[in-house]
Design a protein. Structure first.
Length: 263
């Protein structure tokens, strides 16, 4: 099964990034995100919670129910399946995060990597959010009900997070008329990406010129992202995000851009 996610991130990752916690607060206040409690939790968060419970309890099968509306529904399904104790109670108005803490308090270990696969590299990450009504003016062509949105910041001492997949193709260099495969002395375009992962300040010069380009100075056709600060749209295609990117850029005071990842 293929996965489609899109990521919004600073266009100049070698510079200090935005305050994502302040941005999260603004997105909630502006109605771009809904508080992640009760039935406002995105279904993807419930899906991931169910998988983590199944793995953490050694369940023989994996549970998935489109009728789930909140974390308590997921827990109830696992109680009926015999995976969780019958006396366990979870607040139906609470969040997935509160549910996870409650389960752990009862000795039910949930692997953080199953809840968010990048957690170990992150200095901070938000809950998963459902898009709020304020998002409709900024994401007009997307199916907002299917989106799961989260923000995360990678530790500064970690290598940058890279958004790449089937859509990562040779980029276009400013002023050139064809996409470029070779980036001497690094090698091909994937080698230049690798060099940027090792040193985000690395620059490349076209042979015979004085021009110098960092990795995101090139046009990657929304097929590459790299950095430490991200807004992730799980299930997003990245189509028609111009208004959203501009709003985030204005709020952060720095230019943002988008990359689509197809795995």
């Amino acid at each position: 099964m293929s996965e489609h996610d899109c990521f919004v991130f600073p266009a100049a990752p070698h510079l200090p990034g935005p305050d994502l916690q302040a941005l999260e607060k603004w997105m909630l206040q502006a109605g771009l995100l809904l508080p992640p409690v009760a039935a406002q939790v995105p279904f993807h968060a419930l899906h991931v919670l169910s998988y983590a419970i199944a793995e953490g309890t050694g369940a023989s099968g994996w549970l998935h129910d489109p009728a789930w509306r909140c974390a308590a529904d997921v827990v109830a399904s696992h109680i009926r399946a015999g995976n969780l104790p019958t006396g366990l109670q979870v607040d139906c108005h609470g969040s997935v995060e509160a549910c996870v803490q409650h389960l752990r308090a009862h000795g039910i270990a949930l692997d953080p990597a199953l809840l968010f696969d990048n957690h170990a590299q992150c200095a901070w990450y938000s809950p998963r959010y459902r898009a709020g009504p304020g998002m409709r003016a900024l994401y007009p062509d997307g199916d907002l009900d299917d989106l799961s949105i989260r923000l995360f910041q990678v530790h500064a001492y970690e290598p940058p997070f890279v958004v790449a997949g089937e859509g990562t193709i040779p980029p276009r260099v400013p002023g050139e008329h064809e996409d470029r495969e070779d980036f001497p002395p690094f090698g091909d375009y994937t080698d230049f990406i690798g060099a940027a992962c090792e040193d985000i300040n690395v620059q490349w010069s076209p042979p015979g010129t004085d021009a110098r380009y960092r990795i995101l100075d090139l046009d990657w056709y929304a097929g590459l992202g790299i950095g430490w600060h991200f807004i992730q749209f799980e299930g997003g295609t990245g189509h028609d995000m111009v208004a959203f990117i501009q709003a985030i850029s204005d709020q952060c005071g720095q230019r943002m851009q988008v990359a689509h990842r197809h795995l």
